[in-house]
Design a binder for this molecule. Structure first.
Ligand code: SAM
Length: 282
């Protein structure tokens, strides 16, 4: 069970640890929400789970007690030490693998690259959620499911459709591989300290036929979306002659005017455009 806000404060005091805002250290203090995260994931116990930012280990322990092998990545030295002590039995038995590292640099921690079926269950540090997700979406094997606590605004960007303000490169990369399978708004008092922003629990399931953009396509789409208000025709002029030609003739064939802005192109259309680009080794 998670600790109450006052018990969490007491534990943090004993650990001589002040929650770091820049690391998004807002710890879960609501038992129902921990339960809900695990229930929403609806995984069989033999499915390995990747957790980013285990913190004090509340969600981690629940996942371990449900029988999952858990791979976790935690950047904070003091929390890492606390987890190694609190969950020592699980580490010894080989059920818990903890890597002290930056999850942006190591998005899947020590998860073996040969693992084809695994899930993500995590209360993510909000500042790195997009960068970490880009890493996961570019990794050799995609999780079958992701149940993530996120800043509400981030969920809006991830789920945004073409033509909306929130639509960006990440919306495209995520939606071509995953579909939304659950959503709950989460009040601030479920955390200690309460975050200054709204939160939501989001479940995304891998599509039967996920599409993963190759590296050149991802780089180009990201670059184009940094200038989302500009017209596609103008943006393409900055690309190589070959890319310009291939993409311009695709626009013409599909009767899309070069004055169209990148945000009007749907995720499915970006797949077609991405396929026109020369590939390079990842
Ligand atoms: N899972 C815990 C819970 O639900 O109570 C803590 C979640 S807290 C929102 C985010 C956690 O991510 C913190 O423990 C923080 O130290 C860790 N963290 C922040 N940035 C990180 C990074 N770049 N890589 C790995 N962990 C990070």
């Amino acid at each position: 069970m998670p600790l109450s806000p006052s018990e969490t404060s007491e534990l943090l005091r004993q650990l001589d640890h002040r929650p770091k805002k820049k690391l998004g250290q807002n710890f879960l203090v609501d038992g129902n929400l921990v339960q809900k995260s695990v229930k929403m994931a609806d995984l069989s116990p033999n499915c390995p789970v990747l957790e980013i930012g285990p913190g004090l280990g509340t969600l981690t322990e629940k996942l371990l007690l449900a029988g999952h092998k858990v791979y976790a990545v935690e950047i904070d030295r003091r929390l890492d030490a606390h987890l190694r002590q609190r969950l020592a039995n699980f580490i010894e038995s080989g059920q818990f693998d903890l890597l002290r590292a930056d999850a942006v640099k190591f998005p899947t921690g020590n998860l073996p690259s040969s693992t084809s079926e695994y899930a993500v269950v995590a209360n993510l540090p909000y500042a790195i959620s997009s960068a970490w997700m880009e890493g996961i979406l570019g990794s050799p094997s995609l999780p079958i499911r992701m149940v993530m606590m996120l800043q509400k605004e981030a969920t809006e960007r991830m789920l945004a459709k073409s033509g909306t303000k929130a639509y960006n490169a990440l919306s495209i990369f995520l939606q071509t591989s995953f579909r939304q399978a659950g959503y709950h708004s989460v009040p601030g008092q479920c955390f200690h300290p309460a975050p200054a922003v709204d939160s939501a629990l989001l479940r995304m399931d891998r599509k039967a036929q996920p599409y993963v953009f190759h590296k050149t396509a991802r780089t180009l789409i990201r670059r184009i979306f940094t200038q989302r208000r500009k017209q596609l025709g103008g943006l393409l002029k900055k690309e190589s002659k070959e890319v310009q030609q291939r993409m311009s003739s695709w626009l013409e064939k599909n009767q899309i005017c070069p004055t169209t802005r990148p945000e009007k192109i749907t995720a499915e259309q970006w797949i077609e455009l991405g396929k026109l680009l020369p590939t390079v080794e990842e």
